[in-house]
Design a protein around this ligand. Structure first.
Ligand SMILES: Nc1ncnc2c1ncn2[C@@H]1O[C@H](COP(=O)(O)OP(=O)(O)OP(=O)(O)O)[C@@H](O)[C@H]1O
Length: 350
């Protein structure tokens, strides 16, 4: 099922939590709502769920207005960060819950419920825990059971609010891969909230970047990473060197680095801010050749990459550079003069 939100606004007192938010979530897509704390992600998710109503604007499910449809009638499944499974119920009964509380006429038979619960427990690979109680599970297992429980009622939409937020880094990483695979199997339209850019990049088909209640950019993880639409997105997604300078005649001068700036064709210099990814800077040993002369400040190896910090002499600007490194001796030593040449940059006014 597709979901559309149109011109959503929501205020709490004088505070604008959502400001003219319009988005389309395609049927069967897995979309991440990504942004810093307090930007409005959860408010948007709650409005889609029917747990909150907007001040104005509309929510459409498969093209039909569902803005004020009751949460029970929307056919949504939820998983929250601290999803309280019923402590006095076994895993089996927790997953069966949504089916057993249905009115008699809509309720599947006991046999059908048992079959569906076991199928879901197999899907989340925890069938062997059916008789345990929530207190006897790890945090990661609890979230998988919470997901099985949300899926039991065959929701048309799955909404996940920081589902792995409370888990440690290792378990989070495992569960991300697992969620992606599960989604590929089920294709339920799913929206998940996260403030973790790596999680969004790894799991989502598309990412919606939100800042202060407004949509900054929507795109695939590659689009968002390779072509950030605003300084905010540059600062929020991936690492970037941020440099101030001036631009005119199609070129920008950023702390001594000269980069193309085709949007600034005017002859009067304008103040700009440029962003350069660490892996978009080339380093060449010595003081010959193209680029700006810099000095190596520090070198460290992180996995298969070499992180080099270099200092531009006229001022106190440091550049972070990332180079692939397959082992062996480091090509640059601290204190050495090198030439830095940016291969790609993006320049914004101001
Ligand atoms: N019921 C409420 N009453 C007053 N203010 C609220 C209410 N719910 C949310 N807010 C405010 O609206 C803003 C957006 O909140 P929201 O929970 O949507 O942010 P978020 O992006 O999900 O943040 P986080 O990642 O920290 O959960 C916040 O500043 C929050 O304090």
């Amino acid at each position: 099922m597709s979901i559309q939100v149109r011109d959503l606004r929501k205020t709490f007192g004088h505070f604008k939590a959502l400001d003219e938010v319009s988005l389309t979530f395609n049927s069967g897509e897995l979309v991440a709502l990504l942004g810093p704390s307090g930007c409005g992600k959860t408010t948007l998710l709650r409005i889609i769920a029917g747990l909150e109503y907007p001040d104005s604007g509309a929510v459409l499910f498969s093209g039909e207005d569902a803005t004020f449809t009751h949460v029970r009638e929307r056919g949504v499944g939820f998983v929250f960060q601290h999803y309280a499974l019923f402590r006095h119920m076994t895993v089996f009964d927790n997953v069966a819950f949504g089916l057993t509380v249905r009115p008699r006429r809509q309720r599947p038979s006991r046999g059908e419920i048992a079959e569906r619960v076991h199928r879901l427990l197999e899907l989340v690979q925890l069938d062997w825990l059916a008789d345990r109680y929530p207190d006897q599970l790890s945090g990661g297992q609890r979230q998988r059971i919470a997901l099985a429980r949300a899926l039991a009622v065959e929701p048309r939409v799955l909404l996940l609010d920081e589902p792995f937020g409370a888990l440690d880094a290792r378990v989070r990483k495992d569960l991300r891969g697992w969620l992606r695979r599960l989604h590929d199997e089920l294709h339920v339209t799913s929206i998940f909230v996260t403030h973790d850019q790596e999680e969004a990049m790894e799991v989502a088909d598309r990412i919606v970047v939100i800042n202060q209640g407004r949509v900054e950019q929507v795109g695939t993880p590659q689009e968002i990473y390779n072509a950030p639409a605003s300084p905010f997105v540059y600062g929020f997604i991936g690492d970037a060197n941020r440099l101030c300078g001036h631009a005119a005649d199609g070129w920008a001068e950023l702390a001594g680095l000269r980069v193309p700036a085709p949007e600034f064709g005017q002859s009067e210099p304008r103040q700009v801010t440029g962003y350069i990814r660490p892996h978009d800077i080339q380093l060449q040993a010595g003081d010959q050749g193209e680029g700006v002369a810099v000095r190596v400040e520090s070198v460290s190896q992180v996995g298969a990459a070499l992180r080099v910090s270099v200092r531009i002499p006229d001022g106190d600007t440091s550049l972070q550079v990332e180079l692939p490194h397959s082992g062996g001796r480091w090509p640059f030593q601290v204190g050495e003069p090198v030439k830095a040449l940016p291969r790609a940059a993006r320049v914004f006014a101001g």
